[in-house]
Write a new protein. Structure first.
Lengths: 554, 152
């Protein structure tokens, strides 16, 4: 039994490593609450720290681990929560950036890296492709905390979802050319691109529709949650192993696009028909899973990158960083320029373009693709090593430099809705809210006889004075800043509609109204909530934010 | 028999009509002993791609929000004796204003400032001044800005 004992031992060591990483993630999450640093950046730094304890972790960080196990749930959750209506409104801009942008970016970065780092053309293009995949996790986290416009979130997240898949397809084509030495054939490349891409989308659409049907006809939050989990991984595996499953040799489809399509279908068709109870279960489950997977991804990025290895290749890394920045600049502003003529009513404001440009962080996909590169793929081990190190360097630069300066850029562009005035409003509001809650508790204590009537009266009188003061302070703040009124009304209306949904959920649970009626009204309230989003986004616009150079932003 | 009060039309198409502008319009109406029609326009340039069902929901929600804002402003002005109503319409800003002036017989148009540049439109090079001028020509009633930028 020594073999079994050895494998058991390996398994336990791997399990221990995962536990250590989870504990580290939890510790980092606690620390970042006290310091002003993005969680993802702190995770990468913590991961880098493991380089000082080389034998501490027993993990084989392979491309399969990242692409097959960590990326699908992240993409699935992102698409599940990406409102199709909003994505549809900006689909042209998103696809332009994801499709044309990735292709153009691949050639710009490859074209700059080829002569400056001296690598063969296919290897340079493979690098251009793998580094075109943007990772929005860190940026989206900023958007959420800073209250950035949802349209910008959709643009950034939507681009990332689609460009991941396109980058992988282009990367595989480039690596195919590099490894076989065959002459590059544009018609073949386009054919492969279309088959792999649309095939992946088709698989995801079919599987997503099947699971949506299940969700519509079933009301069991455990089974429905398990079904979405199976879909997230299943859509990836079925697309990637399509040839294997259906007996077609050397044939596979885009697993990433399959996951994206499946998530969009379920988010649009399936979730709208689930009971409120199931929806809450699903949201909670995916929130926890995403937190876990994201933590692992960013820690592993840090663990995989060894700073000492980067030192001898600093010049190459600097060239790669410069090429990536130039490529991103030309893609974002170039496509933004063309897009404004194609869809003038949906033109992307200049300030958004600055954020899209600087917010093009690179992460898990780039890293995973770099880890697949072998000497036989690109001609020599030294070329493979250079490509890997350049990727690690770019990922590190974008996360540590661009990632840590995003908040300042968003503030500088005036895109953060949580201005000082709003923070002050919330502070005064919170004080009033807390005082009222305290007063209610005192009344309760008095009613229960815990407090003597005289005591209760004295304390209530003191609270009444405090409440009066807080109320007057909030009122005077509104008078000084009348622009806060509508946002406050919007917020209150949104809270009220959500409370109506909660009430429906409770009524459904208690059998006071039928599930069908509760669901129908729940959906109607969803439409009203979406209408509020659009009012906030398009009607209740702030006067155009100023560009960095002071020009009105159009 | 008491004489019917004239209607003033207060126009907003998003970004405009903040509390301060609305209160300025209300004060103007009180001073002139007029009723106030609050016209909110869902500008076609910003809402053209929205499906009809959703546009209906937006109209309802906007009416709800503006009603709350109007009540708040009236309370701040000491609940004056003033008749107000809200009209939400979708379409081209100029066309809607002209149409509503005709149907209500409004004697003056007030535009809530600040006027957001995108809403003025890229094809209106001279921006707000041109808009005011065009509206005066088409409605044949005085048009003026009210609110934070009006006095600048």
């Amino acid at each position: 039994m020594p073999v079994l004992a050895a494998s058991e031992s390996n398994f336990l060591e791997t399990e221990l490593s995962v536990v250590i990483l989870l504990a580290t993630a939890a510790l980092v999450a606690v620390i970042v609450r006290r310091i002003r640093m993005p969680y993802t950046v702190a995770l990468v730094l913590a991961g880098l720290g493991f380089a000082f304890f080389p034998n501490f972790l027993d993990l084989d960080i392979s491309s399969d681990l990242i692409l097959g196990l960590l990326v699908p749930p992240l993409l699935f959750e992102a698409t599940l929560n990406l409102p199709w209506r909003k994505l549809k409104a900006d689909l042209v801009a998103v696809l332009f950036l994801a499709l044309i942008g990735t292709l153009v970016g691949t050639f710009i970065v490859g074209g700059l890296v080829k002569p400056l780092v001296d690598v063969p053309w296919p290897a340079a293009l493979a690098f251009g492709a793998l580094i075109s995949a943007t990772d929005p996790v860190a940026v989206i986290a900023f958007f959420k905390t800073m209250g950035v416009d949802k349209r910008l979130t959709v643009l950034v997240e939507g681009e990332s979802l689609f460009n991941d898949a396109i980058a992988i397809v282009v990367f595989n084509i480039a690596i195919g050319v590099a490894s076989t030495g065959d002459a590059f054939s544009l018609p073949d490349a386009i054919r492969e691109f279309l088959v792999v891409g649309f095939g992946g989308l088709a698989v995801g659409l079919v599987m997503g529709a099947a699971v949506s049907m299940l969700l519509r006809n079933l009301d069991d939050h455990l089974i429905e949650t398990a079904a979405t989990l199976a879909l997230a991984f299943g859509s990836f595996v079925v697309a990637e192993e399509f040839g294997e499953i259906f007996g077609i040799e050397d044939f596979h489809l885009s697993g990433i696009l399959s996951v994206v399509a499946a998530g969009l279908v379920v988010g649009t068709m399936g979730l709208t028909a689930t009971s409120p109870n199931t929806r809450i279960s699903l949201e909670n489950f995916w929130e926890i899973l995403t937190f876990f997977v994201n933590s692992m991804v960013f820690l592993l990025i840090g663990v995989e990158i060894n700073l000492l290895d980067l030192r001898p290749s600093l010049l190459d890394v600097a060239v790669a960083v410069a090429a990536v920045l130039v490529g991103r600049f030309l893609v974002v502003y170039g496509i933004g320029f063309v897009h404004q003529f194609l869809q003038p009513e949906r033109a992307i404001p200049k300030s958004y373009r600055h954020v899209q440009m600087w917010g093009g962080l690179r992460g898990a996909i780039s890293l995973a693709l770099a880890l697949t590169i072998t000497a036989s793929d690109v001609g020599s081990e030294s070329t493979a090593e250079v490509l890997r190190l350049m990727t690690f360097g770019v990922v590190l630069f974008t996360l540590l430099v661009q990632g840590t300066t995003m908040a300042a850029l968003i503030n500088r562009l005036g895109l953060s809705r949580r201005s000082e005035v709003e923070v002050e409003q919330q502070r005064r509001q919170a004080a009033l809210f807390a005082k009222r809650a305290g007063r209610r508790e005192l009344v309760e204590l008095g009613n229960q006889g815990v407090l003597l009537p005289a005591m209760s009266e004295a304390l209530l009188a003191t609270y009444d004075d405090d409440i009066k003061g807080s109320s007057s302070s909030l009122g005077s703040h509104y008078q000084r800043h009348p622009e806060l009124e509508i946002s406050m009304l919007l917020q209150a209306r949104r809270t009220a509609l959500t409370a109506e949904q909660e009430a429906l959920l409770n009524a459904g649970r208690r059998g006071l109204v039928s599930g069908e009626i509760a669901d129908h009204q729940f959906d109607a309230l969803n439409v009203q909530l979406f209408a509020l989003d659009l009012i906030e986004e398009r009607w209740e616009l702030d006067p155009a934010p100023l560009d960095i150079d002071g020009d009105p932003d159009v | 028999m008491s004489e019917r009060r004239a209607d003033l039309l207060y126009v907003s198409w998003g970004g405009t009509g903040r509390g301060e502008s609305l209160r300025a319009a209300l004060e103007h109406a009180i001073t002139h002993g007029a009723n106030l029609v609050f016209l909110a326009i869902l500008d076609r340039r910003t809402f053209d791609d929205v499906e009809p069902v959703l546009l209906g929901a937006i109209t309802e929600e906007l009416e709800w929000l503006l009603d709350a804002q109007l009540r708040l402003s009236l309370a701040q002005l000491g609940d004056p004796d003033l008749v107000t109503r809200i009209v939400v319409r979708a379409g081209d800003v100029e066309d809607v204003v002209v149409d509503v002036v005709e149907t209500t017989g409004a004697t003056e148009v007030l535009i809530g400032a600040p006027v957001v540049p995108p809403a003025v439109g890229g094809d209106r090079e001279a921006g707000v001044a041109d808009l005011v001028h065009d509206l005066e020509l088409r409605t044949k009633v005085p048009v003026q800005l009210v609110g934070v930028e009006a006095g600048r």
